[in-house]
Ligand binder design. Structure first.
Ligand SMILES: Cc1cc2nc3c(=O)[nH]c(=O)nc-3n(C[C@H](O)[C@H](O)[C@H](O)COP(=O)(O)OP(=O)(O)OC[C@H]3O[C@@H](n4cnc5c(N)ncnc54)[C@H](O)[C@@H]3O)c2cc1C
Ligand SMILES: NC(=O)c1ccc[n+]([C@@H]2O[C@H](COP(=O)([O-])OP(=O)(O)OC[C@H]3O[C@@H](n4cnc5c(N)ncnc54)[C@H](OP(=O)(O)O)[C@@H]3O)[C@@H](O)[C@H]2O)c1
Ligand SMILES: Cc1cc2nc3c(=O)[nH]c(=O)nc-3n(C[C@H](O)[C@H](O)[C@H](O)COP(=O)(O)O)c2cc1C
Length: 609
């Protein structure tokens, strides 16, 4: 009997996937799948728990395996490390299934090797305004260029990472998917587009890919390696955050500044957490309680009514759910679509109308859930339905501003407070304002370390470094220099810093001056934009010293940029291109190629947001 799913708890997309898959699987494959799913579900019920330690022993079905070679290549294009983490997890899972796995960053992958591989998994995020991550760019351009080969022999699947509040949601993943199909490659499993709460869809994608790979490689599950897998959650991570005590929380800006930038010191004592310069800390914030009150009031909801907060069926009071678990300050298209099921509003219907997507973006800009509830109310949703339209509250990342070598058991952050007015209301950044207004020494924050191998000091301590970090972009460079000071690295270092005013906004001023005095920092150039009639930015300082800057690059210096992505990083990039042309006599194309090479050699790295 051909297997066909007709009436099930799955979404339309999932049913389609299952109905493509199930009719083609053999009896042995059916029995493997059934055993596998039983094993997976037993893994979510931990068998032993002790003092914050959870260990689950996962029994998987033991099946005879033919000794076929099952290769798969996983390429990741990741800017801030999410995709890399998922790709590493996928590699580890597939290795345990006896796959021969090649795991590489797209920037390290030689496109000629495409001809040699049969199964390709791409995990790629979207950055900028629908742009590939820096490390994915050369591979992206190769596939979209004239030299891209026919790929009829290739089977592939794409996991796209993104954020549905952006106009070009998951565009890079979609582009790769389309291009691979155009080049003749066959989808192994359909592309999955992940929003910021990517854990579940990424796991579903991997499960679908696993099954498809097993089928396409004519194999079954491996025996020995899978008999017992130990899943340990003793380590703190994004899914098991550490509650770090706040040791210090000070405003780095002087009186009269337009800004409030907090220097936070957190204790890692007892966590076992370690980090490297270039890594970030993720903080799980809490939503503002006044905003929650207003939301609850607007729909006459009961703050104490319990609602389900996750797929595991955990329940919390509505107030707690809105405070700790769901995003209420960003309006995305999927949210407004779901809201429309509970609203009679004609305005909402017309906003959602396909050809008016520009209007929808304009509406969402600077507005939050409370605005939508008021503008499109009355809303007929009950408490559970209300939370079911919301995304999970995502952690905020902050570039680490300290060296672990110099401060074991501590991590320091530099957090710019986000406050602005929009549509007649003062808006507050969820995490930055919580840190500025509600967090004192002694309080605890749920955090994790977010590894970022795309922003690393050079391996050779003698390699010169050029650091460009205006505003809060200074953070990782405090970590870099503290580390180089601690380890006695001999390489030259040059820091470009800028902010509005010398007197009020020169973050960590005395530290930099001491580093210069001690020779740890070779050169410091500052650009205070509002101390003169004309704006002065870091790129102006770079151009003023273009000869030396070019010479440092020629000597092998690595270039780092951190801070604002929208304007600063783009302008600094253009300034670099201009310097390469002016001082290196390169054509515009040669300068672009030079930068591409720098990216590939990991000598041009950006941590921008
Ligand atoms: C890898 C990485 C490293 C980072 N490192 C740092 C760091 O070291 N220091 C730091 O301060 N931040 C850093 N950030 C940014 C940080 O993660 C948060 O995005 C930032 O603190 C804002 O979070 P929030 O919760 O306070 O604000 P949110 O509640 O998330 O609000 C911010 C959002 O408000 C909107 N917004 C802001 N201003 C306006 C305006 N004028 N008009 C309309 N809308 C506006 C924008 O959509 C913006 O995304 C980093 C981000 C990444 C991805
Ligand atoms: N995506 C996010 O989630 C998110 C969240 C928070 C912050 N951010 C961004 O992160 C940035 C960090 O804020 P911050 O307070 O640390 O610093 P900032 O706003 O970037 O300001 C630092 C300095 O850079 C200058 N500057 C402005 N435009 C520039 C340009 N095109 N090129 C070079 N320098 C420029 C500023 O000058 P002037 O001010 O005088 O113009 C100021 O002197 C903000 O700009 C914000 O856009 C993003
Ligand atoms: C500065 C910045 C720009 C972004 N631009 C987009 C975008 O245009 N489209 C999108 O879908 N997601 C966008 N995102 C969201 C990221 O794709 C998302 O956070 C993803 O999980 C990052 O994965 P990575 O860490 O592997 O790079 C952006 C994120 C940042 C920080």
């Amino acid at each position: 009997m051909a297997l066909q799913v007709t009436n099930s708890p799955f979404s339309e997309e999932q049913v389609e996937l299952l109905n493509r898959l199930l009719p083609s699987i053999t009896v042995t494959q059916q029995s493997w799948l059934s055993g596998y799913l039983t094993a997976v579900s037993s893994a979510s019920n931990p068998v032993s728990e002790s003092a914050g330690t959870t260990v689950a022993v996962l029994e998987r079905p033991v099946i005879e395996v033919p000794a076929a070679v099952k290769e798969v290549t996983i390429l990741f294009g990741s800017q801030t490390g999410n995709g890399q983490g998922i790709a590493e997890q996928a590699a580890s899972t597939l290795k345990k299934q006896s796959f021969e796995v090649t795991l590489q960053s797209m920037s390290d992958f030689k496109p000629n090797n495409l001809k040699k591989i049969e199964h390709l998994l791409l995990v790629v995020s979207t950055h900028g305004e629908g742009d590939p991550p820096d490390t994915a760019l050369p591979f992206y351009e190769f596939l979209h260029g004239r030299r891209a080969p026919k790929l009829d022999h290739l089977q592939y699947s794409v996991l796209a990472l993104g954020d549905s509040s952006y106009e070009f949601f998951c565009k890079t993943g979609a582009d790769f998917d389309q291009k691979l199909a155009e080049l003749g490659a066959k989808p192994l499993a359909p592309r999955v587009d992940c929003d910021l709460d990517y854990d579940e869809p990424a796991a579903q994608w991997l499960a679908a890919v696993e099954v498809a790979l097993q089928i396409h490689t004519g194999g079954q599950s491996a025996a020995a390696g899978l008999a017992a897998e130990t899943v340990s959650s003793t380590q703190y991570s994004r899914t098991n955050p550490f509650r770090a005590e706040v040791l210090e929380n000070i405003n780095l800006n002087g009186r009269g500044s337009n800004k409030e930038t907090r220097h936070l010191e957190l204790s890692l004592e007892g966590s076992g957490l370690e980090y490297k310069p270039g890594d970030s800390v993720g903080i799980f914030p809490e939503n503002n309680s006044e905003l929650i009150d207003e939301i609850i009031k607007s729909g006459n909801w009961n703050a104490d009514e319990t609602v389900e907060i996750n797929a595991q069926g955990e329940r919390r009071a509505l107030r707690v759910a809105l405070q700790n678990h769901f995003e209420i300050t960003v309006l995305t298209k999927p949210l407004l679509e779901k809201l429309s099921h509970y609203s009679e509003s004609e305005q909402l219907k017309s906003l959602l109308h396909a050809d008016q997507s520009g209007d929808l973006r304009n509406y969402a800009e600077g507005r939050d859930l409370l605005d939508a509830l008021k503008d499109f109310g009355p809303i007929s949703a009950n408490e559970q339905q209300l939370v079911s339209i919301l995304r999970k509250l995502p952690a905020r990342l902050y570039s680490i501003a300290s060296s672990f070598q110099a401060n074991p058991d501590e991590v320091h952050l530099t957090i710019g407070t986000v406050r602005y007015e929009a549509h007649g209301r003062i808006r507050q950044g969820v995490c930055s304002v919580q840190c500025a207004e509600n967090i004192e020494p002694g309080d605890k924050l749920p955090i994790y370390i977010h590894k970022n191998d795309n922003f690393r000091l050079p391996e050779n301590p003698r390699t010169p470094i050029i650091m460009i970090g205006p505003g809060t972009g200074i953070a990782p460079f405090r970590s870099f220099i503290e580390e180089r000071s601690e380890t006695g690295a001999e390489g030259k270092s040059w820091l470009f810093f800028g902010d509005q005013h010398y007197v009020t906004d020169f973050y960590y001023q005395t530290e930099w001056q001491n580093y210069v005095k001690d020779g740890v920092l070779t050169r410091l150039d500052v650009a205070f934009s509002r101390d003169s009639a004309e704006k002065v930015y870091v790129q102006h300082r770079m151009k003023e010293s273009s000869k030396e800057l070019y010479q440092w690059i020629e000597e092998g210096a690595s270039v780092y940029v951190c801070g604002d992505e929208q304007n600063m990083a783009k302008d600094v990039h253009h300034a670099l291109l201009e310097i390469l042309q002016q001082e290196g006599g390169k054509s515009p194309e040669e300068a672009e190629q030079f930068i591409t090479r720098l990216i590939q050699e990991k000598r041009y790295q950006r941590d921008v947001y």
